[in-house]
Design a protein around this ligand. Sequence first.
Ligand SMILES: NC(=O)c1ccc[n+]([C@@H]2O[C@H](COP(=O)([O-])OP(=O)(O)OC[C@H]3O[C@@H](n4cnc5c(N)ncnc54)[C@H](OP(=O)(O)O)[C@@H]3O)[C@@H](O)[C@H]2O)c1
Length: 307
Amino acid sequence: MKKLLITGASGHLGLNLALYAQRQGYDVIGWTNRQPLAKAPFAVDQFDLTDTQHLREKLEVTAPDLVIHTAALANLEACDKNPELAYQLNAEVPGLLAWQLKRMGVPLLHISTDAVFDGTKGDYSETDMPNPINTYAHSKLMGEDNVSTEYKEALIARVVFFGWTLNGKRSLAEFFYNRLKAEETANGFTDMIFTPLYVEHLASLLLEALEKELHGTYHFFGNQEVSKYAFGVSLAREFGFDESLVSPISVMDSELTTQRSLNLSMNSEKLRTALGHEMPGIVEGLKALHLAEDMGLRERILSFGSN
Ligand SMILES: NC(=O)c1ccc[n+]([C@@H]2O[C@H](COP(=O)([O-])OP(=O)(O)OC[C@H]3O[C@@H](n4cnc5c(N)ncnc54)[C@H](OP(=O)(O)O)[C@@H]3O)[C@@H](O)[C@H]2O)c1
Protein backbone atom coordinates (compact mmCIF):
# COMPACT_ATOMS: atom_id res chain seq x y z
CA MET A 1 0.00 0.00 0.00
CA LYS A 2 1.49 3.37 -1.00
CA LYS A 3 1.90 5.97 1.74
CA LEU A 4 0.36 9.18 0.37
CA LEU A 5 1.02 12.39 2.29
CA ILE A 6 -1.54 15.16 1.69
CA THR A 7 -0.85 18.62 3.09
CA GLY A 8 -3.87 20.84 3.76
CA ALA A 9 -5.95 17.74 4.54
CA SER A 10 -8.61 19.81 6.31
CA GLY A 11 -9.11 22.07 3.28
CA HIS A 12 -11.69 21.91 0.51
CA LEU A 13 -9.47 19.93 -1.86
CA GLY A 14 -7.24 18.19 0.69
CA LEU A 15 -10.05 16.61 2.70
CA ASN A 16 -12.01 15.35 -0.31
CA LEU A 17 -8.79 14.08 -1.87
CA ALA A 18 -7.73 12.30 1.34
CA LEU A 19 -11.11 10.52 1.65
CA TYR A 20 -11.12 9.62 -2.05
CA ALA A 21 -7.52 8.35 -2.05
CA GLN A 22 -8.17 6.23 1.01
CA ARG A 23 -11.10 4.60 -0.78
CA GLN A 24 -8.75 3.87 -3.68
CA GLY A 25 -6.45 1.92 -1.35
CA TYR A 26 -3.78 4.50 -0.46
CA ASP A 27 -2.40 4.67 3.07
CA VAL A 28 -3.27 8.36 3.63
CA ILE A 29 -1.53 10.68 6.05
CA GLY A 30 -3.11 14.13 6.28
CA TRP A 31 -1.32 17.22 7.54
CA THR A 32 -3.46 20.07 8.88
CA ASN A 33 -2.80 23.33 10.69
CA ARG A 34 -5.62 24.60 12.91
CA GLN A 35 -8.08 21.72 12.39
CA PRO A 36 -7.48 18.58 14.48
CA LEU A 37 -9.81 16.49 12.25
CA ALA A 38 -10.16 14.14 15.21
CA LYS A 39 -12.89 12.04 13.57
CA ALA A 40 -11.17 11.62 10.21
CA PRO A 41 -10.68 8.02 9.07
CA PHE A 42 -7.03 8.61 8.09
CA ALA A 43 -3.92 9.47 10.13
CA VAL A 44 -3.65 13.19 10.90
CA ASP A 45 -0.71 15.30 12.01
CA GLN A 46 -1.29 18.91 12.95
CA PHE A 47 1.41 21.60 12.66
CA ASP A 48 2.26 24.88 10.96
CA LEU A 49 4.13 24.38 7.66
CA THR A 50 5.81 27.77 8.03
CA ASP A 51 7.81 26.22 10.89
CA THR A 52 10.31 25.01 8.34
CA GLN A 53 12.62 23.15 10.72
CA HIS A 54 9.63 21.14 11.93
CA LEU A 55 8.55 20.59 8.32
CA ARG A 56 11.94 19.09 7.41
CA GLU A 57 11.90 16.76 10.40
CA LYS A 58 8.29 15.70 9.78
CA LEU A 59 9.05 14.80 6.17
CA GLU A 60 11.94 12.57 7.24
CA VAL A 61 9.90 10.86 9.94
CA THR A 62 6.78 10.41 7.77
CA ALA A 63 8.83 9.00 4.86
CA PRO A 64 5.95 9.12 2.33
CA ASP A 65 5.97 7.33 -1.05
CA LEU A 66 4.07 10.23 -2.70
CA VAL A 67 3.17 13.80 -1.68
CA ILE A 68 0.30 16.04 -2.82
CA HIS A 69 0.77 19.58 -1.55
CA THR A 70 -2.60 21.33 -1.36
CA ALA A 71 -2.02 23.57 1.71
CA ALA A 72 -2.08 27.29 0.97
CA LEU A 73 -3.41 30.63 2.07
CA ALA A 74 -6.18 30.40 -0.54
CA ASN A 75 -8.40 33.29 0.51
CA LEU A 76 -7.69 36.26 -1.76
CA GLU A 77 -8.60 38.94 0.78
CA ALA A 78 -6.54 37.18 3.51
CA CYS A 79 -3.53 37.26 1.16
CA ASP A 80 -3.97 41.02 0.65
CA LYS A 81 -4.23 41.54 4.40
CA ASN A 82 -1.17 39.42 5.18
CA PRO A 83 1.13 39.32 2.14
CA GLU A 84 4.10 38.16 4.22
CA LEU A 85 2.24 34.98 5.22
CA ALA A 86 0.92 34.55 1.66
CA TYR A 87 4.45 34.56 0.20
CA GLN A 88 5.80 32.39 3.00
CA LEU A 89 3.10 29.72 2.67
CA ASN A 90 2.29 29.89 -1.05
CA ALA A 91 5.78 30.51 -2.42
CA GLU A 92 8.56 29.59 0.05
CA VAL A 93 7.05 26.44 1.58
CA PRO A 94 6.45 24.74 -1.82
CA GLY A 95 10.07 25.46 -2.76
CA LEU A 96 11.34 23.93 0.48
CA LEU A 97 9.10 20.89 0.10
CA ALA A 98 10.30 20.43 -3.46
CA TRP A 99 13.96 20.76 -2.45
CA GLN A 100 13.70 18.13 0.26
CA LEU A 101 11.46 15.69 -1.65
CA LYS A 102 13.85 15.74 -4.59
CA ARG A 103 16.64 14.71 -2.23
CA MET A 104 14.43 11.99 -0.73
CA GLY A 105 13.46 10.76 -4.24
CA VAL A 106 9.74 11.17 -3.47
CA PRO A 107 7.32 12.28 -6.25
CA LEU A 108 5.60 15.62 -5.60
CA LEU A 109 2.31 16.89 -7.01
CA HIS A 110 1.98 20.61 -6.26
CA ILE A 111 -1.42 22.31 -6.50
CA SER A 112 -1.62 25.69 -8.21
CA THR A 113 -4.40 27.82 -9.65
CA ASP A 114 -6.07 29.22 -12.78
CA ALA A 115 -5.68 32.62 -11.11
CA VAL A 116 -2.05 32.89 -12.31
CA PHE A 117 -3.63 34.30 -15.50
CA ASP A 118 -5.05 37.83 -15.74
CA GLY A 119 -8.36 36.70 -17.29
CA THR A 120 -8.25 39.02 -20.30
CA LYS A 121 -8.08 36.28 -22.95
CA GLY A 122 -9.56 32.98 -21.77
CA ASP A 123 -8.94 29.48 -23.18
CA TYR A 124 -5.59 29.47 -21.38
CA SER A 125 -3.21 26.62 -22.08
CA GLU A 126 0.13 25.79 -20.43
CA THR A 127 2.04 27.75 -23.08
CA ASP A 128 0.23 31.03 -22.27
CA MET A 129 2.15 33.53 -20.18
CA PRO A 130 0.85 33.95 -16.60
CA ASN A 131 0.16 37.48 -15.42
CA PRO A 132 -1.07 37.46 -11.82
CA ILE A 133 -3.16 40.46 -10.75
CA ASN A 134 -3.37 40.04 -6.97
CA THR A 135 -1.21 38.94 -4.03
CA TYR A 136 -2.68 35.43 -3.91
CA ALA A 137 -2.08 34.81 -7.61
CA HIS A 138 1.41 36.30 -7.50
CA SER A 139 2.40 34.21 -4.49
CA LYS A 140 1.02 31.04 -6.14
CA LEU A 141 2.96 31.73 -9.34
CA MET A 142 6.13 32.17 -7.27
CA GLY A 143 5.29 28.82 -5.64
CA GLU A 144 5.12 27.18 -9.09
CA ASP A 145 8.45 28.74 -10.07
CA ASN A 146 10.12 27.61 -6.84
CA VAL A 147 8.84 24.04 -7.26
CA SER A 148 9.98 23.74 -10.86
CA THR A 149 13.38 25.27 -10.04
CA GLU A 150 14.02 22.89 -7.13
CA TYR A 151 12.45 19.74 -8.61
CA LYS A 152 11.90 19.67 -12.36
CA GLU A 153 10.32 16.20 -12.21
CA ALA A 154 7.53 17.52 -9.93
CA LEU A 155 3.99 17.72 -11.31
CA ILE A 156 2.31 21.12 -11.02
CA ALA A 157 -1.49 21.01 -11.37
CA ARG A 158 -3.44 24.21 -11.99
CA VAL A 159 -6.97 23.63 -10.76
CA VAL A 160 -10.37 25.06 -9.84
CA PHE A 161 -13.08 22.94 -8.22
CA PHE A 162 -16.27 22.69 -6.16
CA GLY A 163 -17.49 20.26 -3.50
CA TRP A 164 -18.56 19.78 0.12
CA THR A 165 -16.30 21.24 2.81
CA LEU A 166 -15.58 21.05 6.53
CA ASN A 167 -17.35 24.27 7.51
CA GLY A 168 -20.15 23.89 4.97
CA LYS A 169 -19.53 27.24 3.29
CA ARG A 170 -16.05 27.23 1.76
CA SER A 171 -17.07 26.42 -1.81
CA LEU A 172 -19.07 28.28 -4.44
CA ALA A 173 -21.39 25.26 -4.73
CA GLU A 174 -22.12 25.54 -1.00
CA PHE A 175 -22.81 29.28 -1.32
CA PHE A 176 -25.55 28.58 -3.87
CA TYR A 177 -26.74 25.40 -2.13
CA ASN A 178 -27.10 27.05 1.30
CA ARG A 179 -28.93 30.13 0.03
CA LEU A 180 -31.22 28.38 -2.46
CA LYS A 181 -32.13 25.63 -0.01
CA ALA A 182 -33.16 28.36 2.46
CA GLU A 183 -35.15 29.96 -0.39
CA GLU A 184 -32.95 33.07 -0.31
CA THR A 185 -31.66 34.92 -3.37
CA ALA A 186 -28.05 34.29 -4.43
CA ASN A 187 -26.04 36.68 -6.60
CA GLY A 188 -24.11 35.07 -9.47
CA PHE A 189 -21.48 36.94 -11.48
CA THR A 190 -22.25 36.94 -15.19
CA ASP A 191 -18.80 38.33 -16.05
CA MET A 192 -16.63 35.80 -14.17
CA ILE A 193 -15.97 32.69 -16.24
CA PHE A 194 -14.36 29.53 -14.92
CA THR A 195 -13.93 25.86 -15.87
CA PRO A 196 -14.41 23.92 -12.63
CA LEU A 197 -14.30 20.22 -11.83
CA TYR A 198 -16.26 18.48 -9.09
CA VAL A 199 -13.63 17.92 -6.41
CA GLU A 200 -13.82 14.09 -6.46
CA HIS A 201 -13.44 14.13 -10.26
CA LEU A 202 -10.36 16.29 -9.73
CA ALA A 203 -9.08 13.91 -7.02
CA SER A 204 -9.38 10.99 -9.42
CA LEU A 205 -7.52 12.85 -12.18
CA LEU A 206 -4.74 13.95 -9.82
CA LEU A 207 -4.12 10.36 -8.66
CA GLU A 208 -4.23 9.12 -12.25
CA ALA A 209 -1.64 11.71 -13.31
CA LEU A 210 0.57 10.92 -10.34
CA GLU A 211 0.45 7.19 -11.11
CA LYS A 212 1.29 7.94 -14.76
CA GLU A 213 4.32 9.90 -13.50
CA LEU A 214 3.44 13.04 -15.43
CA HIS A 215 5.74 15.95 -14.70
CA GLY A 216 5.81 19.62 -15.50
CA THR A 217 2.78 21.92 -15.55
CA TYR A 218 -0.70 20.65 -16.49
CA HIS A 219 -4.16 22.21 -16.52
CA PHE A 220 -6.77 20.14 -14.62
CA PHE A 221 -10.12 21.67 -15.58
CA GLY A 222 -13.58 20.63 -16.69
CA ASN A 223 -14.57 20.35 -20.35
CA GLN A 224 -17.01 23.27 -20.17
CA GLU A 225 -16.58 26.94 -19.32
CA VAL A 226 -19.39 28.64 -17.42
CA SER A 227 -20.11 31.96 -15.73
CA LYS A 228 -20.57 31.89 -11.97
CA TYR A 229 -24.19 32.92 -12.57
CA ALA A 230 -24.81 30.02 -14.99
CA PHE A 231 -23.14 27.68 -12.50
CA GLY A 232 -25.66 28.78 -9.84
CA VAL A 233 -28.57 28.22 -12.23
CA SER A 234 -27.28 24.74 -13.15
CA LEU A 235 -26.88 23.87 -9.47
CA ALA A 236 -30.44 25.03 -8.77
CA ARG A 237 -31.71 22.78 -11.59
CA GLU A 238 -29.73 19.76 -10.37
CA PHE A 239 -31.00 20.06 -6.78
CA GLY A 240 -34.56 21.12 -7.71
CA PHE A 241 -34.23 24.60 -6.19
CA ASP A 242 -35.98 27.69 -7.58
CA GLU A 243 -33.53 28.93 -10.24
CA SER A 244 -35.16 32.38 -10.37
CA LEU A 245 -33.54 33.01 -6.96
CA VAL A 246 -30.14 33.19 -8.71
CA SER A 247 -29.66 36.87 -9.57
CA PRO A 248 -27.35 37.89 -12.44
CA ILE A 249 -24.96 40.65 -11.36
CA SER A 250 -21.60 42.04 -12.44
CA VAL A 251 -18.56 41.51 -10.23
CA MET A 252 -18.07 45.28 -10.62
CA ASP A 253 -21.22 45.76 -8.50
CA SER A 254 -20.07 43.38 -5.75
CA GLU A 255 -18.44 44.16 -2.41
CA LEU A 256 -15.35 42.05 -3.15
CA THR A 257 -12.24 44.13 -2.49
CA THR A 258 -9.51 42.10 -4.20
CA GLN A 259 -9.25 42.40 -7.98
CA ARG A 260 -10.11 39.11 -9.71
CA SER A 261 -9.35 37.73 -13.16
CA LEU A 262 -12.55 37.68 -15.20
CA ASN A 263 -12.24 35.16 -18.03
CA LEU A 264 -10.56 32.09 -16.55
CA SER A 265 -11.82 29.60 -19.11
CA MET A 266 -9.05 27.02 -19.28
CA ASN A 267 -7.77 24.56 -21.86
CA SER A 268 -6.90 21.05 -20.59
CA GLU A 269 -5.94 19.54 -23.97
CA LYS A 270 -2.42 18.63 -22.75
CA LEU A 271 -3.85 16.56 -19.87
CA ARG A 272 -6.55 15.03 -22.08
CA THR A 273 -3.85 13.82 -24.48
CA ALA A 274 -1.60 12.54 -21.68
CA LEU A 275 -4.39 10.60 -19.97
CA GLY A 276 -6.16 9.55 -23.16
CA HIS A 277 -9.65 10.53 -22.09
CA GLU A 278 -12.06 13.48 -21.81
CA MET A 279 -12.48 15.62 -18.67
CA PRO A 280 -15.88 15.63 -16.92
CA GLY A 281 -18.13 18.68 -17.36
CA ILE A 282 -20.44 20.81 -15.19
CA VAL A 283 -23.60 18.72 -15.52
CA GLU A 284 -21.70 15.52 -14.65
CA GLY A 285 -19.96 17.35 -11.80
CA LEU A 286 -23.17 18.71 -10.30
CA LYS A 287 -24.80 15.27 -10.57
CA ALA A 288 -21.83 13.80 -8.69
CA LEU A 289 -22.08 16.56 -6.06
CA HIS A 290 -25.77 15.73 -5.62
CA LEU A 291 -25.14 11.98 -5.46
CA ALA A 292 -22.42 12.57 -2.87
CA GLU A 293 -24.96 14.47 -0.75
CA ASP A 294 -27.45 11.62 -1.12
CA MET A 295 -24.77 9.15 -0.04
CA GLY A 296 -24.10 11.19 3.12
CA LEU A 297 -20.72 12.72 2.15
CA ARG A 298 -21.80 16.28 2.97
CA GLU A 299 -22.88 15.32 6.50
CA ARG A 300 -19.82 13.13 6.99
CA ILE A 301 -17.45 15.94 6.01
CA LEU A 302 -19.30 18.39 8.27
CA SER A 303 -18.98 15.93 11.17
CA PHE A 304 -15.17 16.00 10.94
CA GLY A 305 -15.29 19.70 11.85
CA SER A 306 -17.07 19.15 15.16
CA ASN A 307 -14.99 17.72 17.98
N1 LIG B 1 -10.84 26.53 -3.89
C1 LIG B 1 -10.58 26.61 -5.20
O1 LIG B 1 -11.50 26.52 -6.07
C2 LIG B 1 -9.17 26.75 -5.69
C3 LIG B 1 -9.01 27.27 -6.97
C4 LIG B 1 -7.75 27.30 -7.52
C5 LIG B 1 -6.67 26.80 -6.81
N2 LIG B 1 -6.83 26.33 -5.54
C6 LIG B 1 -5.67 25.80 -4.84
O2 LIG B 1 -6.02 24.52 -4.34
C7 LIG B 1 -5.35 24.27 -3.11
C8 LIG B 1 -6.37 23.90 -2.05
O3 LIG B 1 -7.28 25.00 -1.89
P1 LIG B 1 -8.52 24.86 -0.90
O4 LIG B 1 -9.60 25.73 -1.44
O5 LIG B 1 -8.77 23.43 -0.65
O6 LIG B 1 -7.93 25.56 0.40
P2 LIG B 1 -8.62 25.72 1.82
O7 LIG B 1 -9.94 25.06 1.86
O8 LIG B 1 -8.52 27.17 2.19
O9 LIG B 1 -7.64 24.89 2.78
C9 LIG B 1 -6.33 25.32 3.03
C10 LIG B 1 -5.60 24.20 3.75
O10 LIG B 1 -4.26 24.67 4.00
C11 LIG B 1 -3.99 24.47 5.38
N3 LIG B 1 -3.09 25.50 5.86
C12 LIG B 1 -3.29 26.84 5.83
N4 LIG B 1 -2.27 27.46 6.45
C13 LIG B 1 -1.41 26.48 6.85
C14 LIG B 1 -0.18 26.48 7.56
N5 LIG B 1 0.40 27.63 7.96
N6 LIG B 1 0.41 25.30 7.83
C15 LIG B 1 -0.17 24.13 7.44
N7 LIG B 1 -1.31 24.06 6.75
C16 LIG B 1 -1.94 25.23 6.48
C17 LIG B 1 -5.34 24.57 6.08
O11 LIG B 1 -5.24 23.94 7.35
P3 LIG B 1 -6.25 24.30 8.59
O12 LIG B 1 -7.60 24.50 7.98
O13 LIG B 1 -6.16 23.07 9.44
O14 LIG B 1 -5.73 25.51 9.25
C18 LIG B 1 -6.22 23.83 5.09
O15 LIG B 1 -6.10 22.45 5.30
C19 LIG B 1 -4.56 25.54 -2.80
O16 LIG B 1 -3.23 25.33 -3.21
C20 LIG B 1 -5.23 26.61 -3.64
O17 LIG B 1 -4.33 27.61 -3.97
C21 LIG B 1 -8.06 26.34 -4.95
